[in-house]
Design a protein around this ligand. Sequence first.
Ligand code: NAP
Length: 259
Amino acid sequence: MDLGLRGKKALICAASKGLGRGCAMALAREGVDLVITARSRETLEETAGEIRRETGVTVIAVTGDIVTAEGREAALAAMPEPDILINNAGGPPLGDFREWDRDQWIEALDANMLTPILLIKAVVDGMISRRFGRIVNITSGAVKAPIPSLGLSNGARSGLTGFVAGLARQTVQHNVTINGLLPGPFDTDRLKATVSANAAKAGMTAEEFLKARAAENPARRFGQPDEFGHACAFLCSAHSGFITGQNLLVDGGAYPGTF
Ligand code: NAP
């Protein structure tokens, strides 16, 4: 299937590794030119080089923290008029809400709610005037089924999801869609970090815990970032203009509900 994206431009936040990288690679394979961001220059440059070599598209690597005003300005300066925006950032820490003070809540809201909203605000009117825009927010399965130890994520990402639910219905008439893509367990550094914290509590090695966690999923495995990237590319495609305000789980069936 030709996704109709050749020659389009995408700004992909937090994309040197993991799910953001999976989205970057999948869009590049469709002929989309990219700006990708991350905080650590070396890994970001490596990823940019790999994507260029494999796909031949233009990839600009912008080092910076997307959660800061400077990081967002640098990303937008490199690509002021993207056709596609993929919002992503690191996830908040695990813990008990009794341990979190106001500053920790503000940090989570900044990263997982306000940064995507500010980036949407910066690009959405241009997309509307050009009559094409695809915005995908990488959130979490926690938006549909809260994860008790990830209260900061449950709260901040639900705030983003609620805001987007309203906006997505206003932009779709201009062929600008906004959707959430909700990862279940994916084989990335983030998963390994959360697993090692939980493994210690369960009295298991990280390897044992990972194995048990993968076996719990109906697919009996973790997802791969490439699979997530393919779902993202479809939501960004020229054929997806009638899909907006949705929250698509990519979780191997982990969410147990019918709807
Ligand atoms: P990952 O493998 O750790 O990759 C995170 C990427 O984001 C890296 O490229 C990292 O590079 C970059 N990054 C993090 N914070 C950044 C910031 N402030 N500014 C710019 N770049 C930043 O993580 P992942 O598994 O792909 O997770 C992506 C998102 O999905 C996270 O919010 C995570 O909580 C969520 N999620 C993941 C899973 C899963 O199973 N993997 C499940 C549910 C939700 P630098 O460190 O160099 O900046």
